[in-house]
Design a protein around this ligand. Sequence first.
Ligand SMILES: [Zn+2]
Ligand SMILES: [Zn+2]
Ligand SMILES: [Zn+2]
Length: 770
Amino acid sequence: MHVRGVVQGVGFRPFVYRLALEEGLTGFIGNSTDGVTIEVEGPSASLDSFLARLRSEAPPLSRIDSIAVREVAPANDTGFRIVASEVLGRVSTGIPADAATCPDCLRELLSPADRRFRYPFLNCTNCGPRFTITRRIPYDRPQTSMARFKMCPACQAEYDDPANRRFHAQPNACWDCGPQLSLVAADGAAIPATDVVDTTITRLAAGEILAIKGIGGFHLGVDATNEAAVMRLRRRKHRYGKPLAVMVRDLEAARAICDLSEVEEKLLTTPARPIVLGRRRPDCAIAESVAPGIPWLGLFLPYAPLHHLLFADSRLQALVMTSANLSEEPIAIDNEEARARLGAIADAFLMHNREILQRCDDSVTAIVDGAPQLIRRARGFVPLGVQLPLDSPPLLAVGGHLKNVFALARGRFVYQSQHLGDLENLTGLNFFRESLDHLMRTFEIVPETVVHDLHPGYLSTEWAKEWARERGLPLIAVQHHHAHVAGCMAEHGLESEVIGLSLDGTGYGLDRRIWGGEVLVSTLSGFARFAHLDYVPMPGGEAAIREPWRMALGHLNHAGFDVESQGILNLVGAKQSQARVLRRMIERQVNAPLTSSCGRLFDAVAAVILQRTEVDYEAQAAIELEGLAVDEPYEIGAASGYEMELIGGNWSTRDAMKISAGQLWRGILEDLRAGVAKPRIAAQFHAAVASAFVRTVVQARSATGIEQVALSGGCMHNRRLVRLLREGLESEGFEVFQHRSVSPGDGGLSYGQAVVAAAILSKQNSQAVV
Ligand SMILES: [Zn+2]
Ligand SMILES: [Zn+2]
Ligand SMILES: [Zn+2]
């Protein structure tokens, strides 16, 4: 049998070895180019049982995509062997994702009798670092940052024994032969300690900030129950709003902090151990300033042995563990680099001497409308491939501008990079280049086409053009919101036309305006714009994103309000001189680009309801607005007085319909004046937006007959909006599709770009044949 999927470097061969012995079968297993090949011989009942158990008992980190079975003549083998890879051809080039400490290793870590008792780097084939410690393929110890540590005889014996859990566990190590911890001050001087973990706990419990080296980079750790300590971290980082992730000992501790659903608990405990956004319990002990102004907390569980040791006694209940970087810079990984960059933030550094070769932030997830959604796809997921519904030639899709992630595609798979952060400066670009080199080496993909966003000003676009020119490669530009929709389609294998709802922050449109509230009739290779939110000015351009009051004035001016009147100025917290300048910018069309962005509509409404005049992190205003409505009932269409108007549109001439927010604004302002509770207004606003898009999609169906709707774009992180849309569309008889394996936001953009390019190229090829 030939097994395809994630079956290398995840303990699959020792698992099959044990299975064959238990079933009394003879034969062999070996890695092959795209999976493993197994030959087994024995009584047919045992063979059936073997095959069934192969699926049902496969190791936790493996993923079986297919098993092809073929009968061959008996070879009269006498035992079961694991054969060398070379026998079966070139070894597959994959590297598994990093995985959290498994239950067996955790038991050893905490057992005084075990030879690895309290050893902070223990691992086995079922767990441990992979992607972040690998320099190049094949995934073998000499190609990893474990190369410098020579295994002791005891570790070597485990490594060589096919029946052992550590058979070919590349990062295998123990106290005698593996990496070690050290505790140092910012100047590099060792801090005296008999047990560095114990001293670290003492310091954290006393409110100190520690830079802690982990799997994909350094964290800044601080006691999450200590308000003064968390505020000190915020002051030193100059970040006051952005929510900080909290690590807790175990599921029980997590339940004491957040009200967790069954699916949320399941997500928290997957081997990827992502951060999960949970609803914070009002009585929990977490400091207010960890996630100010929102009802959710980002929780995660220990995933490295070191993390488990930090929680081994009861001195620490919960730790803020936030990526050690300054603002949106890449996470620090190198010991020297960390001390240089974080010297002014951390009181001490808990380091180790195993190099991190790939920066990789923690992944962030949430349960959206009952199922997991990736907000940031990084550690634990990268570099696992996501399937494509069609064959792709080798290509590179460079992604967007914010939250950049690039993608390499080949055949039926797309490999997305880890979250790289904003591509705004050289540091970001260097991280991009480093990661691209690594991923190209890892998968031996040499791109033949380069795909980029339509926006000519993105650093990623400029870079893509330059890179393609140097190599003489063709370029394909993909419209931002089409990429979003195509990505969602491809995840579900949809190849024929769908109605795509691309509700988003900002993306460059075909008419050079800033799109983001789009109803597209879309295939994988192309689209037409059925409808969009009516254009409004974005006074100050980019500044309107950082200062939502500008967006509010842009919207209100467009809706016919006098933005210099005292009532409006009070509402958005602006001075009359500011409003006058903005009005002039709009009238003269200077630095006031037009946008149909849905994200910006949320910003504008948040500015008015919450007086949120400036934001400290992307989408802060919209997130707070969703948070404000968190306890309000879900009612679509009940938003009387807020109804958005559908204007014009003619599908036969491809004139796009406009969705106007004028009446919505009048309704909101009236309710504010009448003293209606703000959470109620926020909920009605969500319902009005959802209802407007549902009505538009119904119109699109009348025009096109299409019954399938794909939901995409950054606004699909909004749980209330997604649920209202899905329920509204389903009640109208639509089939609704949502992102599951990639992010609906710009972290998923490069996947969508790869999909569109692959579809365009395959069309060109088939036309060439005709
Ligand atoms: Zn393990
Ligand atoms: Zn050892
Ligand atoms: Zn986007």
